[in-house]
Design a protein around this ligand. Structure first.
Ligand code: GDP
Ligand code: GDP
Length: 473
């Protein structure tokens, strides 16, 4: 699986980051948000420009300064020390983990002190590659330029030292294409080549994600201690420096560690606190994500974000509840925990949960076999006759209700692809196939075949009436 470039939106509050985010995420966002009973914050989304898929992240939303409170419970005032610290940290996060940064400023306010702070961090932390180009590339977008703006107003932003400022209007869309073209141009020389090369290897890719201190590194070390690392990362190769490789029962496995960078001393803990971006990157090139939860704290908001992203990317999930040694237990504890977790992750209630202790090693040896099983589920293909039996039974039990005064007819269905298993259902009119009925069918498919740990997709399409050619006389 190729890794998608990760593009981070950076800038002080109110410059228009979420407006631009929504524009870039566009329709895809609306589709996913249709899942009933889930109101997940959207900080990251898939986007596409000129045929290149990328992930866009609003760093402002990861830890929004404008909703953050100071010690006395008041919102942080603009220009206060905490406020500046907040945006500095967002900029740091982006520079460490993003492949490209869209730095947004606001034409109405000109260059503000907060813009200076962000600009400095970006500039000072860019690295120069062998071609002399600065990475990650920073594209400076001057927002709210829908009206005629004076050249001088734009020129002022050259003083940030980040090259040409591009006038855009996130609200109206003007100029947005230009910055996306610029983004693709800059990604060409940094990351895209790497993504293509990494597609060759066919090991199962497992990302270890979760909040800091959940025990990701400890788990990784336990796993690596057991299995022999077969390939050591070689500096200068296209492989990510923090990947580890093992074989298990003849199956090659790549473990993508999101905590490892910090352990190797490259960045400090302040940045690691914002490891959400790194988790997103790891997930985007994984098949299976291990969502590591600290048993002592349970699922956090950050875990929920990560889970939402795993689902959006149609990756498989195993919840690993770590530090099980530290919990006082009776016969019911595990069951209670399981119910609680599945209740919180109700949008992915098909996930297996493993209770482990990286400290004592308890059940850590179940993690890899479970991941291999889950990967096998991603590859399952149901026969068309199986799919149609499921559909017939589902319709017989609960016929589709009429919708908009019209009756839905389901003709037949088939599984059109794997990874994730994707089903296509032919109907008389997809418009009258209500989302809840699609969910019902999805559940029926899962009842017939569990697809443990793996999301499935059910799509609908209109069955075209085939026009028969007139008979030749
Ligand atoms: P964020 O805090 O950086 O995420 O900024 P928002 O996206 O929430 O936008 C802040 C305000 O600026 C909102 O009132 C938006 O409607 C407004 N805004 C965003 N983009 C534009 C734009 O292109 N032109 C104008 N005039 N206003 C905009
Ligand atoms: P990471 O930030 O997710 O990589 O977490 P670490 O692996 O660095 O672990 C964070 C802390 O939790 C360390 O102090 C570990 O010793 C501790 N820890 C990790 N796993 C366990 C466990 O299974 N039980 C207990 N009691 N502590 C653990």
């Amino acid at each position: 699986m190729a890794q998608k470039p990760l593009v981070a939106l950076v800038g002080r509050p109110n410059v228009g980051k979420s407006t631009l985010f929504n524009r870039l995420a566009g329709q895809r966002l609306a589709v996913v948000d249709d899942v009933p009973g889930t109101t997940r914050d959207r900080l990251h989304a898939d986007a596409e420009w000129s045929g290149v898929n990328f992930i866009v992240v609003d760093t402002g939303g990861i830890d929004p300064s404008h909703t953050k409170k100071n010690d006395s419970g008041e919102p942080l005032s603009i220009g206060s020390k905490d406020f500046i610290t907040e945006i500095k940290q967002q900029a740091m996060t982006a520079i460490v983990d993003a492949d490209c940064i869209l730095f947004l400023v606001d034409v109405e306010h000109g260059v503000t002190p907060a813009d200076w702070e962000v600009g400095n961090i970006l500039r000072q932390n860019q690295k120069q590659n062998e071609k002399g180009e600065f990475t990650p590339p920073v594209i400076l977008a001057v927002n709210k330029c829908e009206n005629q703006v004076r050249r001088d107003d734009i020129f002022e932003f050259y003083s940030l030292g980040l090259g040409e400022p591009f006038p855009i209007s996130a609200k109206h869309g003007s100029g947005v294409g230009d910055i996306l073209d610029e983004m693709l141009k800059s990604l060409n020389y940094t990351e895209v080549a790497k993504y293509e090369e990494s597609e060759e290897d066919d090991s199962i890719k497992i990302a270890i994600v979760g909040k800091p201190n959940a025990g990701k590194s400890s788990i990784l070390n336990r796993i690596l201690g057991k299995e022999r690392a077969i390939v050591s990362p070689i500096a200068g190769t296209t492989r990510d420096a923090v990947d580890s490789y093992i074989t298990y029962d003849g199956q090659e496995i790549t473990l993508i560690d999101t905590a490892g960078i910090r352990k190797r001393g490259k960045i400090d803990r302040g940045v690691e606190k914002y490891s959400v971006l790194r988790a997103l990157k790891a997930i985007s090139r994984a098949d299976v994500a291990l969502l590591v939860i600290d048993a002592e704290t349970g699922i956090t908001a950050q875990d929920m974000h990560i889970a939402g992203f795993i689902l959006d990317e149609y990756k498989s999930t195993i919840v690993v509840v770590n530090k099980w040694d530290a919990i006082e237990k009776d016969t019911y504890t595990m069951d209670t925990y399981k119910k609680q977790i599945l209740g919180q992750l109700n949008f992915m209630d098909y996930v297996p949960i493993v209770f482990v202790s990286a400290l004592t090693g308890q059940r850590v040896n179940q993690i890899i076999p479970t991941a291999i099983e889950v990967q096998e589920e991603r590859l399952v293909r149901l026969s068309t006759s199986q799919v149609n039996k499921i559909l017939r039974d589902a319709i017989a039990n609960h016929p589709p209700p009429s919708f908009k005064g019209r009756l839905l007819k389901i003709f037949y269905g088939t599984q059109v692809r794997t990874e994730p298993p994707t089903f296509l259902i032919y109907v008389n009119d997809p418009e009258i196939l209500h989302f809840s009925y699609l969910r019902y069918i999805e559940n029926k498919i899962r009842e017939a075949y569990p697809f443990t740990g793996t999301p499935i997709r059910v799509l609908s399409r209109e069955r075209k009436k085939v026009k028969l050619a007139p008979r030749k006389k």
